[in-house]
Design a protein around this ligand. Structure first.
Ligand code: DX5
Ligand code: ZN
Length: 211
């Protein structure tokens, strides 16, 4: 069963607790927190305090996606705040194995994220150090974009390599395109607009879980 991870980027910023509780009630599996530094991506979103607050109201895994050029400054604050998984981007100019090791050393899941145009070959030598691979289906920075279907082949490629971690995608995922992602190996679907703008989130998640 595919895991559904609502992205709080699409939640009501003035009613985050209400929306997250509703998502949990509706049967979602994880909560996805898109952290943005206004440098790696042209947007700014969430501090570790948000994760600390979420940890107080839910037991669900908190899946933190660091869209940052300098994630080394924020890994420990987000882990201290209760993040279950911390994901860094393959495109940054940092010692990525060291970052992944720091996350795993504290007993949490370490993830690597790739933008749509970044080939899997960029990370094949470090996949063994990860528990999750996030294959972005949009250019990171904003919700509500159209899914880039070219990434389906990347999902299949990672699956066929026998990758043992979670295969996650994020961006433009809707009820009408998730089936093909799941059929090609996706195990976690990040969804923002399609869930938080949906009047029947529970019904939608129930259908998604059957894909
Ligand atoms: C992009 C963001 C979005 C968001 C989900 O950086 O990460 O992908 O989580 O977007 P939608 O609303 O398209 O599901
Ligand atoms: Zn994300």
């Amino acid at each position: 069963m595919i895991k559904i991870a609502p992205s709080i980027l699409a939640a009501d910023p003035l009613n985050l607790e209400k929306d997250v509780r509703a998502a949990e009630q509706a049967g979602c599996d994880w909560i996805h927190v898109d952290v943005m530094d206004a440098h790696f991506v042209p947007n700014l979103a969430y501090s570790a305090d948000t994760v600390r607050g979420l940890r107080r109201i839910t037991e669900l895994p908190l899946d933190v996606h660091l869209m940052m050029d300098n994630p080394e400054t924020m890994i420990d604050p987000f882990l201290d705040a209760g993040a279950s998984c911390v994901t860094v981007h393959a495109e940054i100019d940092r010692d990525i194995p060291a970052l992944l090791e720091r996350i795993r050393r504290r007993g949490r899941m370490a993830g690597i994220a790739l933008k749509p145009n970044t080939p899997l070959e960029k990370v094949t030598d470090i996949l063994g150090m990860t528990d999750l691979a996030l294959l972005m289906t949009v250019e990171p920075g904003f919700g509500g974009q159209k899914l880039d279907a070219r990434v389906i082949a990347k999902i299949r490629q990672l699956k066929d390599m026998g990758y043992q971690g979670e295969i996650e995608s994020d961006g433009g995922i809707q009820e009408d395109n998730l089936e093909s992602l799941a059929a090609n190996g996706l195990t976690v679907a990040v969804m923002g607009t399609a869930l938080f703008r949906n009047p029947d989130m529970a019904g939608c998640i129930a259908r998604l879980h059957r894909m």
